[in-house]
Design a protein around this ligand. Structure first.
Ligand SMILES: [Zn+2]
Length: 51
């Protein structure tokens, strides 16, 4: 998954929950957002910058 700030790929497969974490490349604090689609039952995950 790409860091929204520096664009580097971050491995988040072992990372669960909604605790903020630092990008290992640029150090910015990120949060993983999971939004569930009630219709297709798909999970949409994306990284956002934690303000
Ligand atoms: Zn980054």
């Amino acid at each position: 998954m790409k860091c929204p700030d520096c664009g580097e790929d971050i491995e988040i497969e072992d990372w669960m929950g909604d605790e903020p974490f630092g990008c290992p490349y640029c150090g910015i604090i990120l949060r993983l957002i999971t939004s569930k689609d009630a219709y297709s039952d798909a999970n949409d995950k994306r990284l956002v910058i934690c303000e």
